[in-house]
Design a protein around this ligand. Structure first.
Ligand code: HEM
Length: 532
């Protein structure tokens, strides 16, 4: 069965054979080695230019996958037929192997219930209420950096500080828990190391193990599966087990203390960090009040905590690092932003409120343009759970020379969603698509963009994807980025260091120095106080 499952693609013809795509460079892994390479930027650009917005990707043992960024097809995948296109087995299944109900995320009905409980917590009204938490964390970050450069301009690893600040913010705002006082240069919380290790370790397991995962997680109890995992002599699997243990144990500790406070009553909750206004406290209360049908088991709530921390930390710190790197290399933009921020602060004479901050046009344009051109999550994957026909906005020409407007997708086809390629589609954005131009957001967007009806939840972009599994935290991350920029750009001049920065195209794009294969993630820049 396994042999047939693995090799059937070598013998059976598929409706996808006629779609053009780059030739396989390995009979084992097709072109996956090139497409998932940390330095794959050139390869993605080359194939999108050569083959268009639907591309056949040769995967393990000749399997056909698709790389897609055609607007109509994306609409179908994320909205119209989203029940057919599920997430590919990944983090959730891997974590179920060793932890039972799942460290990261939830599936199916449970996921629907959680979204229902959580949507109000991520609303704009709730963001307004969280402003004091955001400011208090970010002021601590700013003060720590002021101390770092008190003797003059200094090279600072901003990624280190952004990761710590992002973790602290989701800690306080999301879980009502402080991970890091953010006062001085210290070794980051072990959770940060665990998050950074999770992506690379999962990647090593996913390519060879994807086919077995969905089946493996259903075998026996969690402790049985864990014993088997312990026996298998596979370092990447053991690394993953250890990283998930770190994350899981931290979450259990936070959860238990919260549960105790909720049982003790309002006074105990008031004494806790976040005073019961954090996302987890609200979720726990909503869960207690929910009807028996809607109530989630404790393990699912624990899974949700890890999802928040994981989803909120490296994505936002990666995006902030990119923003600061761009400002460091575009000093005119930095100066113009400083002016906008200074004028707004002068006008209001205090910290800007939620509405004042989000309506600053230039700040908004800088954030949007950065998230367009440099999406922190460059791709996600989906799998078709039944045979389906995918319609295209732009017909492609098959290898037989005929025009293709609809593609018959066989059940179990993996589809790689080219988030970055969609955001950089010249047919939508025009010939200057590859330029970082915040000004483009100060004018009406091109007609081609608005009429494409992309399913993304944010700004005609796919950065936070769309549909029921879209990023629930996108407003949270916007606010976070804007407050950090507002406080730091007013307080510091940021210039580039003499070290070359490489951006690794992993699950979440991360900066590194020395070479693209280094996983010693960092973003050195020179900071100088604006008062010096
Ligand atoms: C610039 C920052 C961020 C980016 C680019 C980003 C992007 C994304 C993307 C692309 C997904 C979909 C992943 C997939 O389907 O495979 C996602 C999911 C998610 N994100 Fe974000 N995210 C960011 C920040 C945040 C923050 C700050 C939070 C929490 C406060 C958050 C919470 C989540 C959650 C909970 C999910 C899973 C949603 C679900 O499955 O229902 N994200 N994010």
């Amino acid at each position: 069965w396994l042999f047939w499952k693995a090799c059937r693609t070598l013998f059976v013809r598929s409706s996808l054979d006629n779609i053009p795509g780059p030739p396989a460079t390995s009979i084992w892994t097709g072109v996956l080695g090139q497409i998932f390479n940390p330095d794959a930027w050139g390869f993605h650009e080359e194939i999108t230019k050569k083959y268009g917005s639907v591309i056949k990707i040769k995967a393990i043992l000749g399997e056909n996958q698709l790389y897609v960024f055609d607007p109509k097809a994306l609409h179908q995948i994320f909205t119209k037929d989203q029940h057919i296109f599920e997430e590919t087995p990944g983090f959730i299944e891997i974590n179920r192997l060793v932890l039972g109900p799942g460290l990261l995320g939830t599936l199916g009905e449970s996921h629907r219930k959680q979204r229902k409980m959580l949507n109000p917590v991520f609303s704009i009204a709730h963001m307004r209420e969280m402003m004091p938490i955001f400011y208090s964390v970010m002021y601590r970050l700013r003060d720590a950096l002021v101390t770092q450069v008190k003797d003059g301009p200094k090279e600072i690893d901003l990624l280190h500080w952004m990761s710590r600040a992002a973790l602290e913010l989701i800690g306080q705002g999301g879980l009502g828990y402080s991970f890091d006082p953010l006062t001085e240069e210290v070794v980051p919380h072990p959770y940060i190391k665990a998050i950074k290790g999770l992506g690379p370790a999962t990647h090593k397991i996913l390519i060879p193990g994807r086919y077995l995962l969905s089946t493996a997680v259903k075998i026996g109890t969690p402790s049985f599966r864990r014993t088997i995992v312990n026996w298998i002599p596979w370092k990447a699997l053991h690394d993953l087990r250890d990283l998930t243990d770190v994350m899981h144990n931290v979450c259990v500790g936070i959860y238990e203390s919260k549960k105790k406070a909720l049982l003790e009553g309002d006074e105990a909750v008031e004494r806790q960090m976040g005073r019961g206004k954090d996302i987890l406290s609200i979720l726990m209360r909503a869960n207690t009040d929910a009807s028996d049908v809607d109530r989630l088991p404790e393990e699912e709530l624990l899974g949700q905590m890890s999802t928040f921390i994981f989803a909120a930390t490296d994505t936002t710190s990666g995006a902030l690092s990119r923003l600061f790197h761009l400002l460091a290399t575009h000093l005119n933009v930095q100066e113009k932003l400083r002016q906008e921020l200074g004028e707004a602060r002068q006008k209001h004479g205090r910290d800007l409120s939620y509405d004042e901050l989000v309506s600053l046009p230039y700040l908004d344009a800088i954030v949007r343009e950065t998230l367009r051109l440099y999406a922190p999550v460059n791709r996600v994957s989906r799998i078709a759970r039944q045979d389906v026909s995918l319609s295209l906005s732009n017909p492609i020409r098959g290898l037989d020379g005929c025009e293709i407007r609809n593609i018959a997708i066989p059940k179990n086809t993996v589809i790689i969603i080219g988030i970055g390629s969609c955001n950089r589609n010249p047919e939508l954005w025009g010939p200057d698509v590859d330029e970082w131009k915040p000004e483009r957001w100060l004018e009406p967007l091109p007609e081609a963009v608005t009429s494409a009806h992309l399913p993304g939840v944010y700004s005609n972009l796919m950065t936070f994807i769309g549909g029921s599994r879209s990023c629930i935290g996108f407003k949270f991350s916007q606010l976070e980025m804007k407050i950090v920029l507002a406080l730091l750009v007013e307080s510091f001049k940021i210039t580039a260091s003499n070290k070359e920065i490489f951006w690794r195209m992993s699950g979440i794009v991360q900066p590194t120095v020395s070479n693209i294969h280094s996983t010693n993630f960092q973003l050195p820049v020179i900071l100088q106080s604006t008062e010096q």
